[in-house]
Write a protein that binds this ligand. Structure first.
Ligand code: ATP
Length: 453
């Protein structure tokens, strides 16, 4: 019985995990229903979902067989005891060893006992199922997260300046622990500086932001703010000082003002309006049917990409973070929206330490420092002009991206630099040859004068 109970609990856990997988596929499919329609992928997704359900159904069938075996076995045992009681009791009565009344008393006791046992038999599979299901819940409750998100634990400061330091940071995502995404990364961003991270896809730019938000901790090395390890800070307090604007702004069902207030729930309506003005969002919000009280729809579907992004920026303005992280904040927008959002971002960046990730180099030309990342390391660092002079990775990235006019300018600059270096080389050659000629002349003059003497 114990062995059957063990297997029922085990199959319950297994089927729950399998059902969770199937539910994940269906909820993902519902979330991306437009993409599925546009790729006409309905039937393939239904098939995928059915396959996962069949796997769970197979496990459930095994569990049902075991449950049936338990109940069947217990009832078999029960009826065997009835039969035994009647047979042996009848025999004793026939032999005159026991009166009929005693047999009835014994029989009634057995019935009551067996009824209790039968009840247990009926609920035993459920107990085992509950045991299997509870194991998952207890495992979750017992799990101690590596990053403690509770408030009140760790350091808080009255004020932070916003100096950011990455010191020898090595990192791999927990799901792929053998692939190092950052390798001994070193980066210092001074208070109020704007630093841009550029580089090929997969070089680790967004990972830098994830570590700075403390979604993960580095495997080795330290991430510091104002020279203090961010692990020492109270996480909630720390995150209140860091603002993130990403490529896909996340809006929640509700009104525009509710979404902006997410940045600071205690802000007044005047502050919300001011934030919207700074984010270049005020005018379009006022054109909406209910102004700030207009509903944005599920995930903000009733607004355009540029409008959503400007609301996300207004939210960041209201949060007023000391450190601002912009992860491809303008890359999904058309030129006009990009101009509006870029202006809003320029307002937002004033007086804050800012890290910008951008593929379009034209948007980060004016950054104080541009860091070029490759394979989890910074391979080049400097201003736009300094990096172009280096003629390395940044120059080739720039050459691929900049507009025709800009590329022509770069080409001309390169040509000019090449001709300047040629000229320098010929001047030094000339100098060298004139010096040697002069030396030659002086030597022959000396010889002549010696001969005269
Ligand atoms: P892009 O410019 O395309 O956004 P990136 O330079 O920002 O790229 P990251 O997003 O930092 O690159 O990813 C760096 C590497 O880490 C990639 O190889 C990626 O596959 C891997 N990676 C990113 N997120 C995860 C994750 N959650 N789990 C496992 N690996 C991940």
């Amino acid at each position: 019985m114990a062995a059957i109970g063990y297997f029922i609990a085990k199959y319950t856990q297994k089927s729950q995990a399998e059902l969770a997988k199937a539910a994940e596929t269906s909820s993902e499919a519902l979330g991306g229903i437009r993409t599925i329609y546009s790729f006409v992928a309905e039937s393939s997704l239904v098939q995928k979902h059915l396959k996962l359900l069949m796997v769970a159904s197979g496990t459930n069938m095994k569990k049902a067989h075991l449950s049936a075996l338990t109940v069947g076995g217990l009832f078999f045992f029960m009826f065997c005891i009835y039969a035994l009681t009647w047979w042996y009791g009848g025999k004793l009565i026939r032999e005159g060893v026991m009166p009929v009344g005693d047999l009835l008393t014994v029989f009634m006791n057995i019935i009551w006992g067996i009824m209790g046992f039968g009840l247990i038999a009926q609920i035993l599979p459920d107990i085992m199922k509950a045991k299997g299901a509870a194991a998952g819940i207890f495992a979750l409750l017992d799990r101690v997260p590596e990053i403690n998100t509770n408030e009140g634990i760790g350091l808080t400061l009255p004020h932070i300046d916003g100096k950011v330091t990455f010191q020898n940071v090595t990192f791999a995502y927990p799901t792929r622990s053998d692939t190092k995404v950052l390798r001994k990364l070193n980066l210092v961003i001074n208070k109020g500086q704007t630093v841009a991270l550029v580089g090929p896809s997969g070089s680790g730019k967004s990972t830098v932001i994830q570590l700075l938000e403390r979604f993960y901790d580095p495997l080795r090395g330290t991430v510091m703010i104002d020279d203090i390890d961010i692990k020492d800070f109270d996480l909630k307090w720390f995150r209140r000082n860091v603002g993130l604007v990403s490529q896909e702004p996340t809006l929640f069902t509700g009104t525009i003002s509710e979404n902006i207030l997410f940045g600071n729930p205690d802000a007044t309506i005047e502050e919300v309006e001011q934030a919207a003005k700074l984010a270049n969002a005020y005018d379009f919000i006022m054109q909406q049917p209910n102004g700030f009280n207009t509903l944005v729809g599920e995930k903000g579907t009733q607004l355009s990409g540029g409008q959503k992004q400007r609301i996300a920026i207004a939210r960041a303005v209201l949060k007023n973070p000391k450190i601002l992280l912009l992860d491809e904040a303008t890359s999904a927008l058309d030129t006009e929206s990009e101009r509006l959002v870029q202006n809003a971002l320029d307002n937002l960046m004033q007086g804050r330490t800012t890290i910008i990730i951008a593929h379009r180099l034209s948007t980060i030309r004016n950054a104080n420092v541009i860091c070029v990342m490759m394979n989890g390391k910074i391979v080049e660092q400097g201003t736009h002009d300094q990096l172009l002079e280096l003629n390395g990775v940044y120059t080739s990235l720039a050459a691929k991206q900049l507009t025709d006019i800009e590329s022509k300018i770069i080409k001309k600059e390169r040509k000019m630099q090449a001709s300047i270096s040629k000229m320098k080389a010929s001047v030094s050659q000339l100098r060298h040859s004139s010096v040697s000629q002069t030396q030659e002349h002086s030597r022959s003059d000396l010889k002549n004068s010696q001969a005269l003497i």
